[in-house]
Design a protein around this ligand. Structure first.
Ligand code: BG6
Length: 476
């Protein structure tokens, strides 16, 4: 195949993300013939499995998750396991003995970020890093700008930026990639895609689940760091950026960086009017956030955040970008709503207020759809108007199977395509914008307001939009 022969080394091979996302994605890529041949997967972790024990363990773990393993025999041949404690050298030496010098090495670090540095040092000490090796790391990369810089410095000591794949799995979602196609494969929208015609943009990622078993992690993180710093800001960039000259990694990333640099700083007392923090209460679905395992009983950490962002450039000045995300929300919904300006005056009996503004809704979850909301004549007597919508369901629009986010991203790492990965300067620019918000929350003492599980978050989030004469779209 066109892909280089590869040894794929998975640190954290018994971890939650590996079993939930990475290995199922590798398995499906295998079944579709999209993995290089030969390619070995060498998983590693502290558990002292041998190859066979790991294969049996993983098979049971994947089946327990409901995966139908039709070609397990073929996949299993690729799977190996190397016990490894990143603080001890034996594991690295044993790993070195197993890897083939003639294969491209992908080191995928699905571990806590505190292990990135010892892993990089261990790889380097055993001469495991070759000029064509690649490293992939998962978010969260740090807690703030300084800690993310420290992690990036550690990685950068051993890997070039062109070898570094910072994963933001939202960029792997078909619907997010489709934004590029929508914006730059069509002329229709471009003249409208600006302050003159867009009234506001809403980006919502609502989840029904709570924080699950991640209490300890989450209570040091919160929704702003967990979701906004990464996924929501990346989507905002793709919506707002100028046309890149090509889809080459740096061409796209340069444009995203400019958007981040144009974000109006948000901090100080402005957070009181421009941000809302919330924390979910108990419900039939589960305990209150503060009662979750690993969470402080008086925790101030937010499980919901809504904020108003502004982009100070010629295309977007004056257009509010409303971002919100939360756990234990009314329903699972990830979508971007671009609302256009009202008609200047109504020539119909319908008063201006009865004419809904046009909007484009790009939904990522639960289904991938694109809809365009317009006004049309209500059938029958009289010239009365009603809202109608044009809907495109991407799962029905094409026969070909759509790749899950991690399938895309793993495929791109194997191909060496960095376009859908976050460059260091982008990530740091995102932290530069997030950090003053975090600081201001502490300084002005902005608490996380309790909200009912199964709701759309605290009432203050509605009030924030009401001040603009707007309301949140809830995907109905
Ligand atoms: C992760 C966050 O990055 O994204 C999780 O850490 C969140 O808290 C998840 O649940 C959401 O991803 P998806 O693809 O299920 O929307």
């Amino acid at each position: 195949s066109a892909l280089p022969d590869t040894d794929f080394i998975l640190f954290g091979g018994t971890g939650d993300l590996a079993v939930r996302k990475l290995l199922p994605a590798l398995y499906r890529l295998h079944c579709q013939g999209l993995l290089p041949d030969p390619m070995r997967i060498v998983a590693s972790g502290r558990t002292p499995h041998d190859d066979d024990a790991y294969r049996a363990w993983l098979r049971a773990a994947l089946e327990a998750r409901g995966l139908l393993l039709r070609d397990w025999a073929g996949f299993e041949q690729r799977l190996h396991y190397q016990p490894l404690n990143v603080h001890q050298q034996e594991g690295f030496a044993a790993l070195a003995a197993r890897l083939r010098p003639d294969r491209t090495r992908v080191f995928y670090l699905s571990t806590a970020p505190s292990l990135f540095s010892p892993i990089c040092r261990g790889l380097h000490a055993h001469d495991l890093i070759l000029p064509d090796s690649r490293i992939a790391v998962e978010k969260p990369l740090g807690q703030d700008l300084a800690s993310s810089q420290a992690i990036n410095d550690d990685i950068g000591r051993y890997f070039l930026e062109s070898q570094t794949y910072r994963v933001d799995h939202y960029l792997g979602k078909e619907a997010v990639q489709n934004l590029l196609a929508l914006r730059f494969g069509n002329t229709l929208l471009e003249p409208l895609w600006r302050r003159e015609w867009v009234r506001d943009v809403q980006i919502t990622v609502a989840e029904q689940e709570g924080i699950g078993s991640r209490g300890e992690f989450y209570d040091h993180t919160g929704a702003l760091r967990d979701m906004v710093q990464s996924h929501l800001l990346q989507m905002l960039c793709i919506i707002a950026m100028e046309s890149p000259p090509s889809t080459h990694a740096d061409a796209v990333r340069d444009e995203k960086l400019k958007v981040l640099a144009a974000l109006e700083p948000l901090g100080g007392a402005a957070v009181l009017t421009h941000t809302v923090r919330g924390q979910y209460l108990a419900s039939a679905a589960g305990p209150a956030y503060r009662e979750e395992a690993g969470v402080q009983a008086d925790s101030q950490v937010e499980t919901f955040v809504a904020l108003t962002a502004r982009i100070n450039n010629w295309r977007w000045a004056g257009v509010p970008f409303f971002l919100r995300t939360g756990k234990r929300m009314h329903r699972r919904l990830a979508e971007i709503v671009i609302s256009f300006r009202d008609v200047p005056t109504s020539i119909f009996d319908t008063p201006l207020a009865g004419l809904q503004a046009n909007r484009i809704v790009i939904r990522m979850q639960p289904q991938e759809t694109l809809s365009l909301h317009l006004m049309a004549k209500r059938p029958g007597d009289g010239m009365r108007l009603q809202p109608v919508s044009l809907n495109l369901d991407f799962s029905k629009a094409s026969q070909s199977r759509r790749l899950a986010a991690y399938e895309w991203l793993l495929g791109d790492i194997l191909k060496g395509n960095l376009t859908l990965f976050v460059r260091r300067d982008e990530q740091e620019a995102a932290w530069r914008w997030i950090e003053p918000i975090l600081r201001a929350w502490t300084e002005v003492g902005q608490a996380a307001e309790p909200y009912a599980a199964g709701s759309w978050g605290p009432a203050a989030a509605e009030a924030m939009l009401a001040r603009h004469g707007l309301y949140w779209h809830t995907g109905l």
